[in-house]
Design a protein around this ligand. Structure first.
Ligand code: UGA
Length: 430
């Protein structure tokens, strides 16, 4: 099938490369020409496991091309996926300005095309956005009727950063929200060679499935953190507890790792958008709000533990190991490390930090910290160390690496250190 992808962020690009590897022809469209040049040259502009290799292959085989011309992309494809960002506004609601613009532009491109075309919303959008914003824009700017001259679907993504390509190629399920059967049939055909159950629903159900999934995963982590906070006071290791809890098949062991809280560009943003949406319809979503609040408090907890151990933080050298919101990414968006650093700076601490991939990105937010090339360099002469991302490198650290510290106080936010290699450290929830 011929596909166009509008927006080549980590999700759009993984989707495009993934479809291209399944013998479709893909046109990646973006307004950022530099990004497109890179993709055209077979170079991935984002770091994603496996993406670079597969991108090179599909470009070489001419299964993937790029264009900054939306008319060209629409004319030369049967389906267009909207993969643009939906960031948070100040009040937590979803900022739909990119969705608005792209759906208008797609409408204009559809006006110039005679044959049937399906527009698919893949971006995470609040329930009813496709119905209330995307379809009206497409109809107004194309002068055509949705469900007659063109089709519309909402096909949410469940891709984790760092394993986006693998998640795309091996999904647990494929959700196809469809305006009508004809639109949905096109996507069912496109996904025919995937080994996953397909769920066909209405547009707003598909939109809600994405929000409910992220809200559940985020609250599962907050739940683990809450139990962890109680465990800590009782001298219990929450990881041992969750091992026992997670073996219940109704619960599953995933997303029960307690620590300094969840970060990233999705969970907080989507929870806030769902909270905001609920309030606009007169419902007070206390459970969702508390999952968010608890997450805001977790990074403060690790600093409070540190203050108990160190006393005053003023002028103290604190080493931070791990800045990325999770391992195998250079992304620091909404990372727990940001909240921890703000809190440490508030108390006058001096910070030395190390992260294998994300120091350049973190530097843009906090240019005044001392960034170190190695964990050992960051640990040298420090009064205490906080571990905030479970990078594989940190799992290999040994007692001798910590021997360069001035005072040996180590507090773990992620269960990254190996207790067989490092002695005497405490965890935020264990
Ligand atoms: C998340 C979802 O997992 C994806 O399904 C979804 O498609 C994506 O958001 C999105 O909406 O686009 P992502 O944010 O990339 O993916 O990363 P996750 O692996 O879910 O981790 C999010 C955060 O939760 C990280 O900070 C991680 O350290 C933290 N986490 C995760 C925990 O603290 N404990 C856990 O047990 C699991």
């Amino acid at each position: 099938m011929k596909i166009s992808i509008v927006g080549t962020g980590y999700m759009g690009l993984a989707t495009g490369v993934g479809f291209a590897s399944k013998k479709n022809h893909v046109i990646c469209m973006d307004i950022d020409k530099k990004r497109l040049d890179k993709i055209e040259g077979g170079k991935s502009p984002v770091y994603e496991t496996g993406l670079q290799d597969l991108l090179e292959r599909v470009v070489e085989k001419k299964n993937l091309e790029v264009s900054s011309d939306l008319d060209y992309a629409v004319k030369n494809s049967d389906v267009s996926f909207i993969c643009v960002p939906t960031p948070s506004k100040r009040n937590g609601s979803s900022d739909l300005k990119f969705i608005d613009k792209v759906s208008r532009n797609l409408g204009s491109s559809l006006a110039k095309k005679d044959s049937y075309h399906v527009v698919v919303v893949k971006s995470t959008v609040p329930p009813r956005t496709t119905e209330k914003l995307v379809i009206p824009n497409l109809e107004e700017f194309s002068g055509k009727k949705a469900g007659e001259n063109f089709g519309v679907c909402m096909n949410p993504e469940f891709l984790r950063e760092g394993s986006a390509l693998d998640d795309f190629l091996n999904p647990d399920r494929i959700v196809i929200g469809e305006l009508d059967k004809r639109s949905g049939d096109v996507l069912v055909e496109l996904y025919a060679n995937f080994n996953a159950p397909i769920i066909r629903t209405g547009l707003k159900v598909a939109e809600m499935i994405k929000y409910a999934s992220n809200a559940f995963l985020a609250s599962k982590i907050s739940f683990a953190n809450e139990i962890g906070n109680v465990c800590k006071s009782l001298g219990i290791d929450v990881y041992e507890v969750m091992m026992g809890v997670g073996l219940d098949h109704r619960i599953s062991p995933h997303f029960l790792r307690a620590g300094v809280g969840f970060g990233g560009s999705c969970f907080s943003k989507d929870l806030k958008a769902l909270v905001n949406k609920s309030k606009t319809i007169g419902y007070d979503p206390v459970y969702l709000e508390e999952a968010l609040n608890l997450n805001e408090r977790q990074p403060v907890r690790i600093v409070n533990l540190l203050r108990k151990r160190v006393g005053t933080l003023r002028g103290r050298n604190i080493c931070i190991l791990g800045l990325a919101f999770k391992p195998n990414t250079d992304d620091v968006r909404d990372a727990s490390s940001i909240r921890v650093v703000k809190e440490l700076l508030k108390f006058g601490a001096k910070i030395k930090a190390h992260d294998p991939k994300s120091m350049d990105n973190f530097k843009e937010l906090f240019p005044g910290l001392l960034y170190c090339k190695t964990a050992r360099e960051a640990l040298r002469d420090s009064d205490a160390c906080l571990v905030l991302t479970e990078w594989e490198d940190f799992k290999n650290l040994e007692d001798k690496d910590f021997s360069v510290m001035k005072n040996r106080i180590i507090i773990e936010g992620r269960k990254a250190l190996n207790p067989n290699k490092v002695k005497d450290f405490e965890g935020v929830c264990w």
